[in-house]
Design a protein around this ligand. Structure first.
Ligand SMILES: [Zn+2]
Length: 58
């Protein structure tokens, strides 16, 4: 999956189960290039991007 912000494929999976997130069906991803943290939500059959942390601006 490409980063929805910068399109980079360098992503890092985060395990946030211990932080109160329920990531059963929507694993949280972090972009290794821009720092965006997001996950995919499926709502009414549509794929939505849920931004958890904005990209780092440098
Ligand atoms: Zn990115």
């Amino acid at each position: 999956m490409k980063c929805p912000n910068c399109g980079n494929r360098t992503e890092v999976g985060l395990d946030m189960h211990s932080s109160g997130f329920s990531a059963e069906d929507s694993p949280i991803k972090e972009c290794g290039a821009c720092g965006l943290v997001w996950r995919i939500k499926i709502v009414d059959g549509k794929t939505l991007v849920d931004i958890i942390k904005p990209a780092d601006k440098k």
